[in-house]
Design a binder for this molecule. Structure first.
Ligand code: KIV
Length: 293
């Protein structure tokens, strides 16, 4: 198998994702929060998620709760300007889909008007009315169950979910309710592999796992985790495919060393005057400037 991007210019659509699930071809999804990462990811994955993980990954927050709708709009607009062929999903942040169906529709509809193809929201049975309201307005919804980061305070930390019989059954029931309410796919995060596999086998819509084992229809990881840009604690479910942090830092260090040693810029990185101007500029001396009256 080649590790090069698998180029295809065809836009990824929701029916195509369903076809991948039906044909048991695994779906790939990663995050992008800006145009640079979107351009790197787009030829490689099926789905780009403008995740509210931008809060802890890029904006320096401890969790996703402080991420606002205007922050999400700002990052979504940057990604959408690249016109990705991947399906572009935007995450509804905390409090943007809790208050009323009207507000939820306005916020999610704003994402579609900014170029998203679909929205994602966290939560199970409690969010069904919002999911139905969005689907009724032709806004495609991806659900998100299990370790839902916006529920960090209720969960008492970022802990694996669905480990008791009640929680496991609740999760399976929530997954089916979300599918019946019209979700086109579900993210299953931080749950035992057997539970995610059972959800996947019994649902007709695709499941995208993160920390949910091998039995899902696809996998999602945060871009910065895949390329090794995050320092410090690495969750068990993350596999970094490069040491991006040190690779980039090493490049920057070489540039800084070249600057300090007078090796950067060189002739090829400099602009030159036209030949006739060279003498004029070389012989120019500063005039004594009088004080303005
Ligand atoms: O915000 C995010 O990045 C996510 C994914 C990890 C699923 O919700």
């Amino acid at each position: 198998m080649s590790d090069k991007p698998q180029p295809s210019s065809a836009k990824v659509t929701i029916p195509l994702l369903q076809q991948l699930k039906n044909e048991e071809r695994r779906i790939t999804m990663t995050t992008a929060y800006d145009a640079v990462t979107a351009r790197i990811a787009d030829p490689v994955v099926d789905i780009i998620l403008v995740g509210d993980s931008v809060g802890n990954v890029c904006l320096g927050f401890d969790n996703t709760l402080p991420v606002s709708l205007s922050m999400m709009n700002h990052h979504l607009e940057a990604v959408a300007r690249t016109r990705p062929r991947a399906l572009l999903v935007a995450d509804l942040p905390f409090l943007s889909f809790h208050i009323s169906p009207q507000e939820t529709i306005r916020n999610a509809g704003g994402f579609l008007q900014r170029g998203a193809d679909a929205v994602k929201l966290e939560g199970g049975a409690k969010r069904l009315d919002m999911v139905r309201a969005l689907v009724d307005c032709e806004i495609p919804v991806m659900g998100h169950l299990g370790l839902t980061p916006q529920s960090v305070n209720v969960m008492g930390g970022f802990k694996v979910q669905g480990r008791s019989d009640d929680d496991a059954i609740q999760l399976l029931e929530d997954a089916h309710r979300l599918a019946e309410a019209g979700c086109f796919a579900l993210v299953l995060e931080g749950i035992p592999a057997e539970l995610a596999a059972r959800a996947t086998e019994t649902l007709t819509i695709p499941t995208i796992g993160i920390g949910a084992g091998m039995g899902c229809s696809g996998q999602v990881l945060v871009f910065h985790d895949v390329v090794g840009l995050i320092q410090g604690h690495r969750p068990k479910f993350v596999r970094a495919y490069s040491d991006g942090f040190h690779v980039l830092q090493e490049a920057l260090s070489r540039w800084a060393a070249d600057v300090r040693e007078g090796m950067f810029p060189a002739a090829q990185e400099s602009y030159r005057l036209p030949e006739p101007l060279k003498d004029l500029i070389a012989n120019w001396v500063p005039r004594k400037m009088g004080r303005p009256q």
